[in-house]
Write a protein that binds this ligand. Structure first.
Ligand code: PRP
Length: 184
């Protein structure tokens, strides 16, 4: 698909993210202090950077698992149809679970995943999302912990893509489309 030219403006610096991740991990550590083992579930692909940083700041015995859900593909609008492309490796029945998500937008992905995982009978299930765009919400869902509330901007970086690009940016940026030259 030919891409409109765009630039990325920094929105949240790597330093601000690191400070927020540390604070979130402290709250999570406190909330789960009585657990024998916390199962941290990363939603692929967008959460892979966030979960890597977050688990290293959580001061508890942790097991990491991944689930891959997709509702966007390469599109800019949610398909509203959440597909599970890869399920968890482990069982979560009777266990303490923390779902880690990069961004909650319409809420369809998180809503679907939380319902699916709750149906498996975890002892406790909470959600930590790095970014939240409440103005875009179409289904009622809220993460237990949120890193940053952001306006309705198209964001990339720190794991989040634009048509599978820019996931490796160390900060969160917003996409700004450039005018096409006349006759292009
Ligand atoms: C993105 C993002 C969230 C979801 C949020 O995933 O990582 O999981 O969309 O949007 P929603 O609240 O409108 O459902 P995507 O389907 O693009 O897959 P990816 O994580 O592999 O990039």
């Amino acid at each position: 698909m030919p891409q409109r030219p765009y630039v990325i403006d920094e929105m949240i610096s790597a330093k601000s993210i690191a400070a927020r991740v540390e604070a979130l991990a402290k709250e999570i550590t406190k909330a789960y202090r009585d657990t024998d083992k916390l199962i941290v579930v990363g939603l692929l692909r967008g959460s892979f950077v966030f979960i890597a940083d977050l688990v290293r700041e959580i001061d508890l015995p942790v097991e990491v698992d991944f689930l891959e859900a997709s509702s966007y593909g390469n599109a800019m609008e949610s398909s509203r149809e959440v597909r599970i492309l890869k399920d968890l490796r482990g069982e979560i029945a009777g266990k303490d679970v923390l779902v880690v998500e990069d961004i909650v937008d319409t809420g369809f992905t998180l809503h679907h995943v939380v319902n699916l995982l709750k149906s498996r009978g975890p002892k406790r299930l909470e959600v930590c999302a790095l970014l939240d765009k409440p103005s875009r919400r179409e289904v009622k869902i809220k993460a237990t912990w949120t890193g940053f509330e952001i306006p309705d901007e198209f964001v990339v970086g720190y794991g989040i893509d634009f048509a599978q690009r820019n996931r490796n940016l160390p900060h969160i940026g917003k996409v700004r489309f450039l005018e096409e030259p006349a006759g292009a």
